[in-house]
Design a protein around this ligand. Structure first.
Ligand code: NAP
Ligand code: G3P
Length: 486
C-alpha cells in the first residue's frame, strides 16, 4: 500500500499524484519522542518546488470543482474506508512518531474515518436559497437572487503535531468536499503519519494534484507559503504565537485558525466532587496534557479544594505513566525542550509558594503528572499554556472571582463548570469569554459536528464539519431579472 511514498526511511512528497523527492537533497530527521531514534526523514522542499506545487494545485482544482458533488462525496467515502483498513499501520506510526498511547492512536484514526464520512454526507446538504426582491422596499418579485456555494480555490492546510492525522484530515476533507484543492503542510514532527494519510487519499482516487503535500520546517518555508499569492484560504491549527504571526503577514486571505488554550475548570461548592475530579484529571492529563482543549487550571470555590484535591490525587495515582505501546495515558512529551518548558513553569510556581501535591518528577522528556495547589495569579502557571501534564489549582473566594480570573486569560477556547444547579451553570456559562462551555464534563472538541471555536488568542472562525465546509466555500449570487408582462 505504501511502497511509493518512501525509499528506505526517506519519505517523499505527493505532487500531481506522484511521490517525489526534493531537488534540495536536504531532509529533516524525524526522531521518535519515545527513544530518540530517527524513524524517518522528510523532504525539505525549496521555494521553487512550492511554487510548482501551488501552480499544479490551482490547475487541478478547476476539474475537481466541476465534478458532481455526489461523486466527490463518493471518493471521500472511499478514503474513509482505506483509513479504517489501514488502522494498524497508522496507529502504530502515531505511537512512534508522536508518542500517543495505543488506544488514543487507534481512536484518532477511527474518529478521522467517521469525520470523513460525516463530511461527505453533510456536504450534500449544503443547499443554496432563492430570495425575491420584494422583501425590500422599492423592489418587486421579478428580481430573484439565486444563491449557491462555490469553492474558494486552493486551501493551505497546516496541522500541529498532536493530531497529525485528525487535524490534517479535518481540514482536507471539508475543503475537498467543497470543491477546493488542498496543499497539506503537516507538522515536521507528525509529518510521516500525515504523509501516509495523503497516500490513502491518493489511492482512494482523489484526482492528481487535488491533494498535494509540502514538507519542510515551518520556520523556513512557512512565511513563504502563507504569503504566496496562489493560496486562497489558510486553515491553521497550532500555537497562538505562530497563528498570530501568520495572521499579520498573510494579508487579505481568509483564514480559519484554532490556536492555544488555557481552559479553566470552575468547580462550585454544590458539585459532585468525585465526578468532577474524574473528569478534570482525564481532561488535564490524557496524552500528557498535549491537547489545546486540556483542562489547564482549576478554579475551586472557597475551601472545596480540601475535598477536591484528595479525590483528584486518587485519580492521578491511577494514571499509567510510561510508553505508548503499553497504553499509558501519560507518555513522553514531544521533545526535551517541551519538557524543559513544563519544568520551568513548575519551578516558578514552587519558588513562589505553590504546594506540590504530586509529581515534579522527570525522566528526560517523560514528565510525571504534577498537581499544584495554592497557585496564585503571580505565578506563570496560572496564565501560560504548559502543553504538558501539570495542573494548577487556584483557590478563589467566589464565583465572580473565578469568572474574573477565567476571563483575564489571553485565551478563550473552552471552560468547564461543575455544579448540580443547571440554571446557575447557564448563568456562569453566559459570563465566560470562551468559544464553548462544558457543563459537568471536561473540555473537549468532539463530537466533530459541533461548532468548535476559540475567541481572543484561541483562534478565529469556526471549525466543525458543517462550519468548516462553510468556511472553505463562499456564496455565489446570480440575480435573475424576470421580464414582467402587463
Ligand atoms: P506550532 O509550533 O504552532 O506548529 C503548528 C504548525 O505550524 C506546524 O505544522 C508547524 O510546522 C507550522 N509552522 C511553524 N511556523 C510556521 C510559519 N511561520 N508559517 C506557517 N506554518 C508554520 O504548534 P504545535 O507545537 O505543532 O502544536 C501545539 C500548539 O497548537 C499548542 O499551542 C496548542 O494549544 C495548539 N493547538 C490548538 C488546537 C486547537 O484546535 N485550538 C489544536 C491542536 C493544537 P513545523 O512543525 O515544521 O514547525
Ligand atoms: O489539541 C487538539 C484539539 O483539537 C483537541 O481535540 O478531541 O482532544 O479535544 P480533543
Amino acid at each position: 500500500m505504501f511502497e511509493n511514498i518512501k525509499e528506505g526511511i526517506v519519505y517523499k512528497n505527493l505532487l500531481n499524484g506522484e511521490w517525489i523527492k526534493s531537488k534540495s537533497e536536504s531532509t529533516i530527521d524525524v526522531h521518535s519522542p519515545v527513544n530518540g531514534d530517527v524513524i524517518g526523514k522528510v523532504q525539505a522542499m525549496t521555494k521553487d518546488e512550492i511554487d510548482k506545487t501551488i501552480e499544479n494545485s490551482k490547475i487541478a482544482q478547476k476539474n475537481w470543482a466541476e465534478k458532481p458533488l455526489n461523486e466527490r462525496a463518493a471518493v471521500l467515502h472511499k478514503c474513509a474506508d482505506l483509513l479504517e483498513e489501514n488502522i494498524s499501520v497508522l496507529s502504530d506510526f502515531l505511537q512512534k512518531e508522536i508518542a500517543k498511547n495505543k488506544s488514543s492512536a487507534i481512536s484518532e484514526v477511527k474518529r478521522t474515518a467517521s469525520f470523513i464520512r460525516f463530511t461527505a454526507d453533510e456536504a450534500k446538504h449544503m443547499e443554496g436559497e432563492t430570495i425575491t426582491g420584494d422583501n425590500f422596499p422599492g423592489f418587486k418579485k421579478n428580481k430573484v437572487s439565486v444563491v449557491h456555494r462555490v469553492p474558494l480555490g486552493t486551501v493551505l492546510a497546516i496541522s500541529p503535531f498532536n493530531y497529525p492525522i485528525n487535524l490534517s484530515v479535518s481540514k482536507i476533507a471539508p475543503a475537498l468536499a467543497a470543491g477546493n484543492s488542498v496543499i497539506l503542510k503537516p507538522p515536521s514532527q507528525g509529518s510521516i503519519s500525515a504523509l501516509y494519510v495523503a497516500e490513502l487519499f491518493n489511492k482512494a482516487g482523489i484526482p492528481k494534484g487535488v491533494l498535494n503535500t509540502v514538507t519542510g520546517k515551518g520556520s523556513e518555508i512557512g512565511d513563504y507559503i502563507v504569503t504566496h499569492p496562489g493560496i486562497d484560504f489558510i486553515n491553521f491549527t497550532g500555537s497562538t504565537e505562530v497563528g498570530k504571526h501568520i495572521a499579520v503577514i498573510a494579508g487579505m486571505v481568509p483564514m480559519l485558525m484554532e490556536l492555544g488554550g488555557k481552559d479553566a475548570a470552575i468547580v462550585l461548592e454544590d458539585s459532585d466532587l468525585r465526578d468532577a475530579a474524574k473528569d478534570i484529571v482525564a481532561g488535564a492529563y490524557i496524552y500528557s496534557g498535549q491537547r489545546c482543549t486540556a483542562i489547564k487550571r482549576v478554579l475551586a470555590i472557597n475551601d472545596i479544594s480540601d475535598e477536591l484535591a484528595p479525590l483528584m490525587l486518587e485519580e492521578i495515582k491511577n494514571l499509567k505513566v510510561g510508553m505508548p505501546e503499553d497504553d499509558c495515558e501519560v507518555t513522553p512529551l514531544i521533545n526535551n525542550s517541551a519538557a524543559d518548558f513544563v519544568q520551568e513553569l513548575i519551578d516558578d510556581a514552587l519558588k513562589k509558594g505553590a504546594k506540590l501535591l504530586i509529581g515534579n518528577k522527570r525522566k528526560e522528556n517523560l514528565m510525571y503528572p504534577t498537581l499544584l495547589d495554592n497557585v496564585t495569579t503571580d505565578m506563570r502557571i496560572a496564565w501560560e499554556e504548559p502543553f504538558g501534564p501539570v495542573l494548577p489549582i487556584l483557590r478563589v473566594q467566589s464565583v465572580e472571582e473565578a469568572i474574573e480570573i477565567a476571563n483575564k486569560s489571553q485565551y478563550g477556547l473552552q471552560s468547564s463548570v461543575f455544579t448540580k444547579n443547571i440554571d446557575y451553570a447557564f448563568h456562569v456559562a453566559s459570563k465566560l469569554e470562551v468559544g464553548t462551555v462544558q457543563i459537568n464534563d471536561k473540555t473537549e472538541r468532539g463530537p466533530d459536528h459541533f461548532p468548535f471555536l476559540g475567541v481572543k488568542a484561541s483562534g478565529m472562525g469556526t471549525q466543525g464539519i458543517r462550519y468548516s465546509i462553510e468556511a472553505m466555500s463562499r456564496k455565489k449570487v446570480i440575480v435573475l431579472n424576470i421580464h414582467e408582462f402587463s
